[in-house]
Design a binder for this molecule. Structure first.
Ligand SMILES: [Zn+2]
Length: 361
């Protein structure tokens, strides 16, 4: 397979990349960003690990990117996402890796957010011939299955025209309320039904490209071990049903692993055998950033209280300069991402590398 050009990728190149992931049984970390600090840290980590990467924004992350002071929050969610995407389009190619640009969970209430971004995306496509985002997620897993599928189809019709993909969710990714500390965790909704996946696959493949976040006991956030039972074989069942029904090759579905933070490493590894090409990571990188900043602040406490030390006259400008302590956050986040690239077996496999130079195992 020929090398891809570094920068934001979409359409056919995106599908080439996720096929390479599935064939090579590795996945890309999809990292939620909220600022240029976190965004640049992801680009730096990807370059350092010679891996392609997925950068994504939640609606709240996008709003934060635009600025919490902007009065119209709905507008800020659209503008912040667009602003971050433009930054990535400008910068990504200089880091030498492929970047997939994506937005995270949009439930029914947030469909106008997706449509707002599509307005900008269509304009961008008109001007540049490529989409602003590679894909958007539309998560209607709380709604009836038929509505979930038909609404995603409606939005995908619009996205496909500008070479975009959609990510949908079937089954519910658990969270603080849905699972942990409760016996309810083992209910059907936390484990996606293969029949539902087949139905969605059949409807959406007529329109364009869709990836699927399927639930196999995964939850958002980090919880004490033992509370959540990951069952990656659920993914295998869905793959096999689609494969048998349509006579496709193995792992026809492009699957996404939500709630990757804090997951057992062997279950992560197992899911890579069943067509998972993307694993979301947010909680762990949030903590890593905070830990880096926190350690620095605690070690330099007086510099965060006084510009000049009142006792001995020491000037603290070199310590309180935001570039210094924000960089500590970036560095710590990059170390956590080193671990993710390794866990997902993505390091050294960027499709920007000539095939002979890509890591194999
Ligand atoms: Zn999620």
């Amino acid at each position: 397979m020929a090398a891809l050009k570094p920068g934001v990728i979409s359409g056919k190149d995106y599908q080439t990349l996720l096929q390479a992931c599935k064939d090579g049984k590795y996945a890309l970390p999809a990292v939620n960003i909220t600022s240029t600090n976190t965004l640049n840290a992801v680009l730096e980590a990807a370059a350092k690990n010679q891996s392609d990467v997925i950068i994504q924004l939640s609606n709240g992350g996008a709003q934060f990117f635009a600025g919490k002071g902007l009065e119209d929050g709905d507008k800020a969610k659209v503008l912040g996402a667009v602003s971050a995407a433009q930054h990535v389009h400008l910068m990504a190619k200089h880091y030498g890796v492929c970047v997939v640009l994506h937005t995270d969970h949009a439930n029914k209430k947030l469909i106008p957010w997706v449509e707002g971004m599509l307005d900008y995306g269509e304009q961008f496509y008109k001007e540049k011939g490529v989409p602003l985002f590679t894909s958007h997620m539309v998560d209607l897993s709380e709604e009836e299955l038929d509505f979930n599928i038909s609404e995603c189809r409606r939005l995908l019709e619009r996205m496909a025209k500008i070479d975009m993909s959609i990510e949908i969710e079937l089954g519910v990714t658990g969270g603080e309320e849905d699972g942990v500390g409760s016996d309810e965790i083992d209910n059907d909704k936390l484990y996606t039904q293969p029949e539902d996946v087949l139905k969605a696959y059949d409807v959406l493949k007529e329109v364009g490209h869709a990836s699927i976040a399927a639930s196999f006991g995964n939850v958002h956030g980090v919880y004490k071990p033992g509370n959540v039972k990951l069952r990656p074989e659920i993914l295998k069942n869905s793959q096999e049903l689609v494969q048998q029904t349509h006579g496709t090759k193995a792992n026809p579905l492009d699957l996404v692993f939500h709630g990757g933070s804090g997951s057992e490493k062997d279950k992560i590894a197992e899911s890579l055998n069943y067509g998972v090409f993307k694993m979301n990571i947010d909680t762990d990188t949030q903590f890593a950033f905070a830990e880096g900043v926190g350690t620095y602040v605690l070690e330099n406490e007086r510099a965060f209280k006084h510009q000049i030390d009142p006792d001995n006259g020491t000037p603290y400008k070199k310590q309180y300069d935001p570039r210094v302590w924000l960089r500590e956050g970036e560095k710590s986040m990059i170390s956590r991402l080193d671990e993710a690239f390794t866990d997902l077996r993505a390091a050294g496999k960027s499709l920007t590398l000539p095939e002979s130079q890509r890591k194999v195992a």
